[in-house]
Design a protein around this ligand. Structure first.
Ligand code: SF4
Length: 331
C-alpha cells in the first residue's frame, strides 16, 4: 500500500479502501527522539517562530521521511494547515485536501465521504468494509478507556498513548489490536490505583509534554482518567456507518459539541479537576473563555510551545493546582 501522511484524524476507512496506508504525522513527530530537530527544519525553511510547533513538526517529518503524499484537512482542524498544504505543494509533495462539513449532519457527511471516495477512486461500500474490520480495534480502545476510569488499572499516559495512536492504528491495525489485547490481559492482574487519588480530566489538543505530564500528576496524587481529544480520535462508540462515526466525532465541529461530550464524561468519571492544555499560537486556546464558563469544576490552563518536557514553572503550577484540589474536596 502507498503511504499517505495525515495532518489530523481523517476518515482512514476511505483512505485504506483507496489503497493508501495512513501515517499520522503528529504521532511520528511527537514520538521522534529529537522533536526539536524537526521543528528547527521548518524554522530554517522560513516558518515563523510564532507558528504552532505541531505544524512545524509535521513539516519536518514530511521532509525527513519517505512520504510524498499528504492529506491536509482544510476545514475542521486548523487554518495553519491550509498554508502548510501550499508550502508542501510548493516543495513537490502531492497534497490531497479534505474538508469536514460545517455541521455534523449525516447527509452532508455522507456526501463529503462519497466525494473523498471518488477522489481516491474507491467506493463507500469498500470503506464500510474497512470500518467493519476496525470494529474490534475500536472496541478494545473502549475497553482500555473503561479500565482507566472504571477499572482504575490503566495509567493516564497509557490511556493517552493508545487512544491517540488510534488515529492511524500505528499504520497496522492487526498489530495494534494484538498489542492492545496483550496489554489489557496483563492489566487485569495489576493492582488498582488507590480509590482516594484525585481524578483529573485532560481536555484540549494532545500536549508536547508526552509522558512527563501524566507521570508528574500521578506522583503528586492525581491521575488523568479522561483524555478528551485522544478519546475522540479513537472513536470507540459503536456505529452503523462511516458517516455516523465521523458525525459523532466532536473535534472538527463547534466547541459546543465538545462541551456536551466533556460534560457527560466529567460526571460519569467523577472528575475533581480539569487540565486544559493549549498550544502556543493556536486559535483553539481562545475557547478557554467558554470552557471556564461551562464547566463547574476547577480548571488549570497550561500553555505549551516547544519545550518537550515540563519546566519547573509548569510543575509548580500543577503542584499548586493539585494542592488546591486536595484542600477543597468535592462535596
Ligand atoms: S495545535 Fe492548534 S494551531 Fe497547532 S496544528 Fe493543532 S489546531 Fe493547528
Amino acid at each position: 500500500m502507498k503511504k499517505i501522511g495525515i495532518t489530523t484524524t481523517v476518515p482512514i476507512e476511505v483512505l485504506l479502501a483507496g489503497g493508501y496506508q495512513p501515517v499520522d504525522l503528529n504521532n511520528v513527530f511527537i514520538s521522534d527522539p529529537n522533536p526539536e530537530h524537526l521543528v528547527r527544519i521548518a524554522e530554517k525553511d522560513g516558518f515563523p517562530l510564532n507558528c504552532c510547533s505541531w505544524i512545524k513538526g509535521i513539516y519536518g517529518v514530511c521532509l525527513e521521511s519517505d512520504i510524498d503524499t499528504v492529506m491536509c484537512v482544510t476545514n475542521g482542524d486548523c487554518s495553519n494547515t491550509v498554508m502548510l498544504m501550499e508550502v508542501l505543494k510548493h516543495k513537490g509533495f502531492k497534497t490531497i485536501p479534505f474538508a469536514y462539513p460545517e455541521q455534523p449532519d449525516i447527509h452532508n457527511m455522507q456526501q463529503t465521504l462519497e466525494d473523498l471516495a471518488n477522489t481516491l477512486e474507491t467506493t463507500m461500500a469498500a470503506a464500510e468494509e474497512v470500518r467493519r474490520q476496525f470494529e474490534s480495534c475500536r472496541k478494545l480502545a473502549d475497553k482500555l478507556d473503561r479500565l482507566t476510569w472504571e477499572g482504575n488499572r490503566i495509567s493516564g499516559f497509557e490511556n493517552h498513548l493508545w487512544l491517540v495512536s488510534a488515529s492511524d492504528f500505528n499504520s497496522d491495525h492487526i498489530g495494534f489490536c494484538k498489542q492492545l489485547k496483550e496489554l489489557i490481559d496483563e492489566v487485569e492482574k495489576r493492582n488498582c490505583y488507590p480509590e482516594n487519588m484525585l481524578r483529573l480530566a485532560y481536555i484540549g489538543v494532545p500536549s508536547v509534554y508526552g509522558k512527563d505530564l501524566y507521570r508528574f500528576t500521578e506522583n503528586n496524587g492525581a491521575r488523568v482518567v479522561f483524555n478528551e481529544v485522544q478519546r475522540q480520535f479513537a472513536m470507540p462508540k459503536a456505529v452503523n456507518s462511516v458517516a455516523e462515526q465521523y458525525c459523532n466525532y466532536t473535534y472538527p465541529f463547534s466547541i459546543y459539541n465538545r462541551i456536551d461530550d466533556i460534560n457527560n464524561e466529567l460526571e460519569k468519571r467523577r472528575i475533581d479537576g480539569i487540565i486544559h492544555y493549549v498550544q502556543a499560537f493556536c486559535y483553539r486556546g481562545i475557547g478557554d473563555i467558554i470552557f471556564r464558563d461551562k464547566f463547574n469544576l476547577p480548571i488549570l490552563t497550561l500553555e505549551g510551545n516547544d519545550n518537550f518536557y515540563l519546566t519547573r514553572h509548569i510543575e509548580t503550577r500543577i503542584e499548586a493546582f493539585i494542592d488546591m484540589l486536595k484542600r477543597n474536596p468535592k462535596k
